[in-house]
Design a protein around this ligand. Structure first.
Ligand code: AP5
Length: 210
């Protein structure tokens, strides 16, 4: 399975990728997680990408493509979360897949209105112990996750608004890019989390069987 999860910030790409990866045994590749791990390492590259991350700006294409590529090559089956985010990145992904002789199975676009997304991102917490994503109200951490549960640096309101603006301007047009290649599946991301997972799985399987 090689599936891209597209969608605005807070639509649930990370949440769904974690659940789907567990269900189907694919690797969850999140370019946001790759960026945050680099920042945490304190490397020169980490310092450079932190400037973009904290302001809610995109990391320049040539840097993010180089950071993502080794993960794409390493895994046989993956769910790609947060990449590509513009046409240049989509073309770089096309080239990377051609180089290894693989095809995309589907591109899932998660859809939800901006107002709901701001509420979701403000209540998001991630477990430092397990990496699992939760929401204080909609998906509270279970008793067996020891936490601590931390808020992301870029989940401040200014940064959230900027990320949504960039999404509508640069990433949303990719829906047409993939729809023209008959790869796009759209899913209502305002439904409850398990229902969204079920819908994605059903739609991807139908696409694989077609
Ligand atoms: P990244 O980590 O990818 O952040 P993002 O794009 O802002 O996306 P989010 O993680 O905020 O949203 P999500 O859809 O994954 O939501 P989640 O599942 O957590 O990127 C961070 C930064 O890295 C970028 O700003 C950029 O600087 C850089 N970067 C990364 N990739 C790049 C690229 N390709 N090019 C350039 N730069 C790049 O869910 C959100 C909350 O909602 C959670 O609390 C969850 O519990 C809750 N929730 C989820 N689904 C539901 C539901 N159905 N009902 C109720 N609550 C729900």
């Amino acid at each position: 399975m090689r599936v891209i999860l597209l969608g605005p910030q807070g639509a649930g790409k990370g949440t769904q990728a974690q659940r789907l990866a567990e269900k189907v045994g694919a690797t969850h590749i999140s370019t946001g997680d790759i960026v945050r791990a680099e920042i945490k390492s304190g490397s020169e590259l980490g310092k450079k990408v932190q400037e973009y991350n904290d302001k809610g700006e995109l990391v320049p294409d040539e840097i993010i493509v180089e950071m993502a590529k080794p993960y794409l090559d390493d895994a046989d089956a993956w769910l790609l979360d947060g990449f590509p985010r513009n046409e240049a990145q989509a073309k770089a992904l096309d080239q990377a897949l051609e180089d290894i002789g693989e095809d995309l199975d589907a591109v899932v676009a998660l859809e939800a209105p901006d107002d709901a997304l701001v509420v979701r991102l403000s209540g998001r917490r991630q477990s430092q112990a397990t990496g699992k994503i939760y929401h204080l109200q909609y998906d509270p951490p279970p008793d067996d996750d020891p936490g601590p549960f931390v808020q992301r640096d870029d989940d401040a309101e200014d940064s959230i608004r900027r990320r949504l603006e960039i999404y509508h301007d640069q990433t949303e047009p990719l829906k047409d890019y993939y729809s023209d290649r008959d790869l796009l599946i759209t899913v209502d991301a305002e439904q409850e989390i398990p229902k969204v997972t079920e819908e994605i799985l059903g739609a991807v399987r139908r696409k694989e069987d077609a």
